[in-house]
Design a protein around this ligand. Sequence first.
Ligand code: GLN
Length: 308
Amino acid sequence: TEDISTISEKDLTHILEKNRSFYTQGKVANYIPELGKMDAQSIALSIVGKNGKVLNVGDVGKKFTMQSISKIIALMIAVSEKGEAHVFDKMGYFGTSQPFNSFSNLETSGKPLNPMMNAGAILTTSLISGDGEKPFLKILDMVRYITRNQTLDYNKSVYESERSTGHRNRGMFYLMKNNGLISGNEDQLNNYFKQCSIELTAEDLAKIGYFFANGCVRFDGDSQYKNAEIAQLIESQMLIAGMYEFSGEYARTVGLPSKSGVGGGIAISVPGKMGIGVFSPALDQHGNSLAGYHMILDLVKQYHLSIF
Ligand code: GLN
């Protein structure tokens, strides 16, 4: 499949309906109490192709928090500001067998495994320049730019909920501070909590997927951030760690750079072609959307989208 002209909303509806009931086998994240209020039955699928063509099915108006999907935006900004060498001197390019909230090797080598798990992501956000809320505002502005939606904002209740219960993330933050990797104060951790709380739709996720699939060119063709090298870096991180410890099996079965979030979203890049956004809040044991994964699996099989 070269573009989305061969895909119809009818085909997508079929894929969505076929996988709708998977939510019954998953569990809505509730370790962040506000997230537990999400409607487990909502489900959406969106594809954005060349020339900005959009296909949407399901609850496409439904907003949810991007959570870990924000990590790819933060990485893009940190690397454009500081350079890849500086960022990856402080963390690894490793894949993982550990869950997203693992302390992994923070106590041994002292460096996070990669920028997709929480530790590396918290560190990445701390590398974006500016005091106080400034680094977060850069992330928000970039998400607004990529989705061409200036009304996007973060959900204050989710943010407060995450900030007041995120002791494990706070523990990682201070361990990295102890290891000399982080020099700032807790504003930097709060920026991470805020970026995770940015609310958007499945269509917005498809536009993010499209952006990285196309060398940081926006769905409408705007190319002010065009950068093939950064897109390649982000896509490779999505491929090796975007689905955490499920990334290997996901690469085998789906074979596309993808980033999940515990809000139930997944942003997928089909390199050089399209972006896909899925949403269904019931998660598997790895914290990845269950119905979301199965929708992607069907889509990839039907249209031969795997990069392998
Ligand atoms: N905000 C979440 C956390 O830090 C993000 C995790 C995720 O989406 N996997 O726990």
